[in-house]
Design a protein around this ligand. Structure first.
Ligand code: WTA
Length: 629
């Protein structure tokens, strides 16, 4: 445990603990003109109850300061660090005061480019505490992706680590930030924390974070916020254009994250909640940070990978930390099931009560393995469907409902307040059961995104235009004869690689930088472990004997412009792409080719020259033969 006055493993020397946390609920008066939130048992709710960090920290510090808020399962096996609510409040306040000292104010945007750790959680909460808007950028994204997000959001500062550590390897986070901020004039300061002992270059605008935090005051009065003020934004991919900054607000988001955390996972006080997502994604925001902390849970921060140092890592952690709810992605389950059951059975999993799956459709085999092998057939397994835009889980079974039936590999039931509808091709609501259609939501809910940063029209166009009066999710779904929902996958040009969402247009835009490659089209194809992979069709400017070299260059470009996970697994050179008479690429046909459904190409009459289909099929066949031999 971290102790006051002693150097913590997070590298911070903590001052004496806060005397009593926040003032007691009944004694606190509303701030100038602030309406109180109503009363519970004759005691008026104080103005600060609406503030995210007060809900996530102060209310728990007041009641049980020594309860463990975070268990940081570091990359190095067996070196977990426990952080109590009081310690997390201390870290948050010091970090908040440091940000303030360097001029960060309410409404300013701050990028967080860090691996998962108590300090990165404190960075998110510190922004929330002073009313700044955090935008966490997954620490696997390239400098160019980071720069794009910083520029779009107009961030004033970045908070990062000198290096990250994952799977036994170090990752150069600060160097990537240096590269990114070269072209970002809005950045005034880069706060650099130390994850490793290695020294990195520190320039004029770089500030050693821990050094400043030790000097900072450990009390920071939270900024008063309106319930509709922005809490954070998070960039995510759409079917067209650059990633969009999805905006979530204070009260609705937090309420929704906390409620779904409680009811979907049947969270009970004292449980250790283990969501292995990174804070760079919405799952990390809602179910590592905001939901669990608002509920006063002990939340596990998992810094490593499922196979480091061996494929038993998850279950060894479950045994050692006595995790009660384990929430992960199907891609990891598919990977682990290939290594065999011994790696699971070696460890005691009797603490587990609920298992959760998120981010992509879970196939039946993975569901069964997760349920039978990991959960010993006695844990409830919840397949949870939701999106960055929805803020929290929208469709999932609820183990908290007594005797509720759970059907394998089905998200099943809408959460309280969610009204799913299925739409047909003519934009009409499909009634009845045993039907499929475009998944929409018919009424607003507290956790829904409010806008896209800087482009409200894009928000309307992307989500509310296809089916006027409804929120369109971009996913297709099936409603079973019993009325349960099963998600069938994206209906647009968004793909899902290892649970990471990506627009195929982003990969195409990146590859367009290659001077020898005038045209590209990327589609998703089924991948055994990753769920989906990217398959790229490219046209070369002229025939060349160096096509393989060009393909390698394209892969490097995609890794450096987006991220490694976005690199296409397959790149196939074709003479031309299938286009309509008006010049639009028919990706639908390419999807049929890579999913090997060429016998059912559908309507090809709008093609400029239908003979292109055979040409591409032949090229694909040859490519397949070459690669299987
Ligand atoms: C997909 C992740 C099937 C879906 C929380 C959605 C799922 C996209 C599931 C959002 C699930 C998420 N079953 N598909 N249980 N959960 N998806 O924004 O296509 O990273 O639209 O949010 O992931 O991805 P995002």
């Amino acid at each position: 445990m971290l102790e006051a006055g002693r150097k913590s493993e997070a590298g911070i020397t903590l001052a004496k603990p806060l005397a009593g946390g926040r003032p007691s609920t009944c004694g606190d008066r509303p701030r100038d003109g602030m309406p109180s939130l109503g009363s519970a048992g004759g005691c008026p709710a104080p103005w600060w109850l609406r503030i995210s960090t007060v809900n996530c920290l102060d209310q728990h510090v007041e009641k049980s300061p020594n309860r463990v808020a975070l268990i940081w399962e570091r990359d190095e096996p067996g070196t977990a660090v426990h952080v109590t609510y009081r310690e997390l409040q201390d870290l948050t306040c010091r970090l908040a005061n440091t940000l303030k000292k360097y001029g960060i104010q309410k409404g300013d945007r701050v990028a967080i480019y860090m691996s998962v750790s108590p300090l990165s959680v404190a960075a998110m909460l510190a922004c929330a505490r002073i009313g700044a808007v955090h935008t966490v950028v997954f620490a696997g994204f390239s400098a160019e992706s980071l720069a794009g997000r910083i520029m779009d959001s107009g961030c004033k500062a970045v908070i990062t680590y000198n290096q990250g550590v994952r799977g036994g390897r170090t990752i150069e986070l600060k160097a990537t930030v240096d590269e990114a901020v070269k072209n970002c004039p809005s950045i005034k300061h880069v706060f650099v924390a130390q994850r490793t002992d290695n020294k990195v270059h520190m320039g004029d605008r770089d500030i050693p974070l821990e050094e400043e935090m030790t000097k900072a005051d450990s009390i920071c009065i939270p900024e008063s916020m309106d319930s509709e003020d922005v809490l954070f934004m998070l960039y995510t991919s759409g079917s067209t254009g650059k990633p969009k900054g999805i905006v979530h607000t204070q009260a609705g988001y937090l309420l929704y994250a906390a409620l779904t955390h409680k009811y979907v996972f049947d969270y009970q006080q004292g449980d250790v909640f283990g969501c292995v997502a990174d804070i760079g994604w919405i799952t990390g925001h809602s179910y590592v940070v905001y939901g669990p902390l608002c509920n006063g849970a002990t939340s596990v921060l998992f810094e490593s990978t499922p196979v480091y140092p061996d494929p038993g890592r998850y279950w060894e952690v479950v045994q050692r930390l006595k995790i009660n709810q384990f929430y992960g992605a199907p891609t990891a389950i598919r990977l682990l099931l290939n290594y065999g059951e011994e790696w699971v059975k070696k460890y005691d999993r009797s603490s587990l009560k609920v298992l959760g799956s998120v981010g992509e459709p879970i196939n039946k085999e993975a569901w069964q393995w997760f349920y039978e092998v990991v959960g010993e057939g006695r844990c409830t397994l919840v397949d949870t469907w939701w999106q960055t835009e929805t803020g929290g889980i929208c469709i999932a079974p609820r183990p908290s409902e007594e005797k509720a039936e759970i059907v394998p590999a089905m998200a099943m039931r809408p959460f309280f307040g969610i009204v799913p509808v299925l739409m047909d091709e003519n934009g009409e609501v499909i009634e009845g059961n045993d039907v499929s259609g475009a998944l929409c939501i018919a009424q607003p809910w507290p956790g829904m995104a409010r806008t896209i940063h800087g482009d409200h029209q894009r928000f309307i166009d992307a989500y509310f235009k296809a089916y006027p009066g409804y929120y369109f999710t971009g996913d297709g779904a099936y409603r079973s004869h019993k009325g349960y929902y099963q998600i069938t996958g994206r209906m647009d040009d968004v793909i899902n690689i290892s649970g990471h969402r990506l627009g195929t247009a982003e990969i195409e835009d990146a590859m367009a930088d290659h001077p020898e490659v005038p045209e590209t089209a990327v589609v998703g194809y089924p991948h055994k472990i990753k769920g989906e992979g990217a398959f790229a069709f490219i046209v070369l400017r002229e025939e060349t004997a160096h096509a393989d070299h060009i393909k390698e260059e394209l892969k490097t470009i995609v890794a450096s412009k987006i991220a490694k996970y976005a690199v296409p697994d397959h790149i196939l050179v074709v003479k031309r792409l299938p286009k309509t008479r008006s010049g639009k690429i028919m990706r639908r046909l390419l999807r049929k080719v890579v999913t090997e459904q060429s016998s059912n190409m559908g309507d090809v009459t709008t093609l400029d020259d239908p003979s292109v289909v055979k040409e591409i099929l032949d090229a694909y066949q040859k490519y397949k033969e070459k690669n299987s031999s």
